[in-house]
Design a protein around this ligand. Structure first.
Ligand code: 2PG
Length: 206
């Protein structure tokens, strides 16, 4: 067995609350989102986990979530490494639009395809496959080596950038991963074997 990888989707954002496509738009956490992030820290603490290093995206909702978690863990001095490789999938022209308005305009099915297909890009944006093509190499190059050295690593990121990671860690197909919903502020803890395969997975729910 080697180290531990803790993945967390940021707490509810202001635009999650307003039901808007967000993507790379840099919006803050809602009041509930701040609470969810602190609760994520408590759940990690209750497991006795203490990150040696943290990674987050270039977007503040993930950064602030990471700050809350590290704060709860008494690790406020640990600055998460920020990289846009971990950003949410770029929603292109849909960014900022209301998801229900989009359904009225383009139809339920088309919007579902844009949101939850594996390789169809929303207009001007990234598919989940495109997102994986930047998330996975970053994981392999920058994050995984720490886990394989036996460290505990926190990654605070986004629904779709984490889906891209889960797809490979859990060995899911493109069809399977799009059915997976990752809750805001709920840590997912992986223990990896020395050969980088997954030894165990635990979701730290309520
Ligand atoms: O708007 C977004 O950026 C994402 C995550 O909130 O939405 P979706 O669930 O449609 O991928």
């Amino acid at each position: 067995m080697s180290g531990t990888l803790i993945l967390v989707r940021h707490g509810q954002s202001e635009w999650n609350l307003k039901n808007l496509f967000t993507g790379w738009r840099d919006v803050g956490l809602s009041e509930r989102g701040h609470e969810e992030a602190r609760a994520a820290g408590q759940r990690i603490k209750a497991k006795g986990l203490k990150p040696d290093i943290a990674f987050t995206s270039a977007l503040k909702r993930a950064q602030v979530t990471s700050d809350h978690i590290l704060d709860v863990l008494g690790l406020a001095g640990l600055q998460a490494i920020r990289d846009q490789a971990l950003n949410e999938r770029d929603y292109g022209d849909l960014s900022g639009l209301n998801k229900d308005d989009a359904r009225k305009k383009w139809g339920e099915e088309q919007v579902h395809i844009w949101r939850r297909s594996y390789d169809v890009q929303p207009p001007g944006g990234e598919s989940l496959k495109d997102t994986g093509a930047r998330v996975w190499p970053y994981y392999i190059r920058e994050i995984q080596p720490h886990v394989l050295r036996g460290e505990t690593v926190l990654v605070s990121a986004h629904g779709n950038s984490l889906r891209a990671l889960l797809m490979v860690l859990d060995g899911l197909t493109g069809e399977e991963i799009v059915k997976v919903e990752i809750a805001t502020g709920v840590p997912i803890v992986y223990r990896l074997n020395a050969d980088s395969t997954v030894a165990s997975k635990e979701i730290l729910e309520g």
